[in-house]
Ligand binder design. Structure first.
Ligand code: ATP
Ligand code: MG
Length: 252
């Protein structure tokens, strides 16, 4: 049975999608079968893996709103072991369309559950909000991975995120766990990054991964080529650290 993990933080631009894509790619590279679920109407994980909006006929919207089967939605990617459940801007309408639906928090769980027998890992890239889509993701998964950007307001909003996690635990998914915290966009030359790391480690203890993702230009260039950093520049520092990080995740 595959493990399902949501990559979430309602703060925008902290490295959720970069982490979801590259962690998925690294685990696929190790030989695991991986499904990356794009649950953000922005569709950054979809475009980051090389799919253009006009290539997407059916997406996660069809699964959540019209209850299309997951087998109709999943696409193979240029990496053998990695599949994608794509998103499109249409997904932005799903929230509204689901408001009056019974058990609306469980649509993603229903959609993704069958995938557990086909994949070793299923990652959900969440949008930057604590909306119904994120609640659906947290209701579907075993655990939550939180990327935290190494900058001044790093912990801003994390308390609110943990409140939402507790709400979901109480109401929809009692088994939900914190998988871990990964520090992103770290710049070891600045005191600030070091201070933020200390603060995050003080707050979350051994839930924080040893590996820290550095700020690395290759990581920001790769998506515009529709590639993971492994495909784009395997020798880069960004690739090296995501590989290390993925080994830590796989060990658990
Ligand atoms: P959103 O909240 O909009 O979904 P996000 O949390 O998914 O954003 P990303 O899209 O992964 O964040 O990253 C935000 C921006 O920072 C992107 O342009 C990305 O390429 C860049 N970026 C992410 N991680 C790194 C890194 N380690 N080094 C350099 N650039 C990075
Ligand atoms: Mg994103």
């Amino acid at each position: 049975m595959g493990k399902m993990i949501a990559v979430a933080n309602q703060k925008g631009g902290v490295g959720k999608t970069t982490t979801a894509i590259n962690l998925s790619a690294c685990l696929a590279d190790f030989g695991y079968k991986v499904l990356l679920v794009d649950s953000d109407p922005q569709g950054n994980a979809t475009s980051g893996l090389g799919f253009y909006a006009d290539q997407i006929q059916k997406c996660i919207y069809d699964g959540l709103v019209d209850q299309a089967a997951i087998s109709e939605l999943v696409l193979p990617t240029s990496m053998g072991n990695l599949s994608l459940l794509p998103s499109a801007i249409r997904l932005a309408g799903a929230e509204l369309e689901l408001t009056t639906v019974a058990e609306r928090e469980f649509r993603m769980r229903k959609l993704l559950s069958p995938a557990r027998s086909f994949y070793d890992y299923i990652f959900i890239d969440c949008p930057p909000s604590l909306s119904l889509l994120t609640i659906n993701a947290l209701t579907a998964v075993d655990s939550l991975l939180i990327p935290i950007q190494s900058e001044f307001y790093a912990l801003e909003g994390v308390a609110q995120l943990m409140n939402t996690v507790n709400l979901v635990k109480t109401s929809f998914n009692p088994k939900l766990q914190l998988e871990g915290i990964v520090m992103t966009m770290y710049d070891g030359r600045t005191n600030l990054s070091v201070q933020v790391e200390n603060e995050v480690r003080k707050h979350f203890g051994d839930k924080v991964y040893q590996t820290i993702i550095p700020r690395n230009v290759r990581l920001s260039e790769a998506p515009s080529f529709g590639q993971s950093v492994l495909q784009y520049d395997r020798k880069s520092k960004g690739a090296e650290e995501y590989l290390k990080f993925a080994r830590e995740v796989a060990k658990k």
